[in-house]
Design a protein around this ligand. Structure first.
Ligand SMILES: Nc1ncnc2c1ncn2[C@@H]1O[C@H](COP(=O)(O)OP(=O)(O)OP(=O)(O)O)[C@@H](O)[C@H]1O
Ligand SMILES: [Mg+2]
Length: 229
């Protein structure tokens, strides 16, 4: 069953007098449980596409159905709800809050959704997530006291805190050396084998090889891999 369905998605940035068309008609289907790598030259539109997939941004036109719901045209409030319930997002630069412990970083998204979780349950859930990424013993460390790979694993734990069915990662190993990258990729592989759908952007063929399918983007269009199977 398709978890993600894009139909003729376009994105144009309007800069004063100038229109910058970036995505030019993307159609794509990704099933539950898939592990997909998105590749393409710098400026081809990968991050623009990921931001739409992650409900961080809206398409200019086209349809985006996530888990059966049309989210491409959803307003900001609805997209925030969808992000909280269904989406985990991991960035190249980790985006952790400095001078804040790993545990506090991980449970930060619960501030918006914890209505049904007690004050005790939040840290408990956070510790479970840190355990899942192998960092329970680092829960009181601040980001500056962690290695790059460990910081990215904290960011992954944060992305998982609401048990989303899908994890998006935009160049998650872009700031990491090759052995640390491998550690982070093994984490994604383990999560995928537990059933989480994983979609990541990379410039590295080695990293893309961890995925089971590769989609190539060129100048705002998909040139291969838009449909699996
Ligand atoms: N907010 C914006 N306003 C105007 N143009 C933008 C904006 N964001 C991106 N662009 C343009 O859209 C194009 C695609 O950018 P995007 O960040 O999606 O590329 P990318 O494939 O992720 O590249 P990279 O591999 O370097 O990360 C670029 O030409 C960029 O200049
Ligand atoms: Mg990018």
């Amino acid at each position: 069953m398709a978890l993600i369905e894009l139909e003729n998605i376009t994105k144009t940035y309007f800069l004063g007098e100038i229109d910058v068309p970036v995505l030019k008609g993307i159609s794509l289907s990704i099933d539950k449980g898939e592990y997909v790598a998105l590749m393409g030259a710098s400026g081809s539109g990968k991050s623009t596409l990921m931001n739409i997939l992650g409900c961080l941004d809206r398409p200019t036109s086209g349809f985006y159905r996530l888990d059966g719901e049309e989210v491409g045209s959803a307003d900001g409030d609805r997209r925030a709800v969808v992000r909280n319930r269904k989406i985990g997002f991991v960035f190249q630069s980790f985006n952790l809050l400095p001078r804040t412990s790993a545990l506090e970083n991980v449970i930060m998204p619960l501030t918006y959704t914890a209505g049904d979780l007690s004050a005790k349950e939040c840290p408990k859930r956070g510790m479970e997530m840190l355990e899942r990424v192998g960092l329970k013993d680092r829960m009181h460390h601040h980001p500056s006291q962690l290695s790059g790979g460990q910081q990215q694993r904290v960011a992954i734990a944060r992305a998982l805190i609401n048990h989303p069915p899908v994890l998006f990662a935009d160049e998650p190993t872009g700031n990491l050396d090759s052995s640390t990258s491998e550690e982070v990729m093994e984490m994604f592989s383990a999560l995928n084998s537990e059933g989480i759908t994983v979609i990541l952007v990379t410039h590295s063929v080695e990293i893309a090889n961890f995925a089971k399918r590769t989609i190539h983007v060129q100048d705002g269009l998909i040139v291969s891999g838009s449909y699996g199977g």
